[in-house]
Design a protein. Structure first.
Lengths: 146, 146
DNA sequence: AACTAAATGAAAAGTAATCTCATCCTTACC
DNA sequence: GGTAAGGATGAGATTACTTTTCATTTAGTT
């Protein structure tokens, strides 16, 4: 007796995975779920792993790394390097944005500036580059930390 | 009998080190020398280490890492993270600039755009951030690689 | 329900970077 | 110029992060 488990949300998650050519497995669903529900914008593989453990899920660290990398390839998440030495992942919500990062507390704010985007495009064009991606991070000290 | 080894160039390098509060040692001089003379703008610690080996210098990798980090602290070099997973170092020449990076051949071009700089400052101000640094990298495919 | 291929978990391996500590070299002082 | 003291170095151990391997499990198909 199959109960109607699939909420609309879960169905759409299923589709995201299928659309990416990935089998719908428990670990993948749980990780996607966590990324969507977490209030943390950027999560490292370790963060994801630990939170899953706390939730009682038994998912290996290797799987977390593997799945996050696959999600990146599928365009479901974006990987950032910032200046920390390890990767953090952010759910791709379609809206490109840049980052402001507090070097004291780690706080991250997002922003977009159309003028900056335009200038970037024109610079790339001038130099004969076809843009595939770009990354703008402003490091500083936030209001609360001063 | 000490011969007059010090060219003007070497003297200024000496001063750079002293000014940074660092003893003038052979490894530091060689590394600084390499960074100044290399035609590679960005070098990883491994790059520096290997090139020194090739030049017949016997400088340990640990020293290269240590010295580059000290140079960074002293403002002699700038460390970049890009999206490669490891750090690269660039000699600090006083002129701030951003980067265009070809993801196929690794080619790096530098650029500055005053308008972008201004917009960054105004965004940080709006949000109450005091900027300490910023990093803008445009990833793409260069003319030659297409 | 059974089959096939892909996905997973645990442990091993691989990288980049840092640390430890005995030895060496610079600098400051005589 | 010689010498003492403390910082600097090199080799190897160590850490942190990430990827790979391989036996087992699971999802999607028949």
């Amino acid at each position: 007796m199959m109960s109607e488990q699939g909420s609309g949300e879960q169905l759409s998650r299923r589709d995201e995975l299928k659309g990416a050519g990935l089998k719908v497995t428990l670990p993948r669903m749980k990780i996607l779920d966590l990324l969507e529900k977490s209030n943390q914008i950027h999560m490292s593989a370790e963060d994801v792993y630990r939170q899953l453990l706390e939730m009682g899920e038994d998912i290996g660290l290797a799987t977390v790394y593997r799945v996050l990398t696959q999600f990146e390839g599928a365009g479901l998440v974006k990987r950032h390097h910032f200046d920390t030495g390890h990767s953090v992942f952010e759910l791709e919500r379609g809206d490109h944005h840049d980052h402001l990062l507090c070097i004291k507390c780690g706080r991250v704010e997002e922003f977009i500036d159309e003028m900056i985007e335009k200038h970037q495009k024109s610079i790339a064009k001038q130099r004969g580059f076809t843009i595939t991606d770009h990354s703008l991070v402003i490091y500083g000290i936030c209001k609360q930390c001063r």
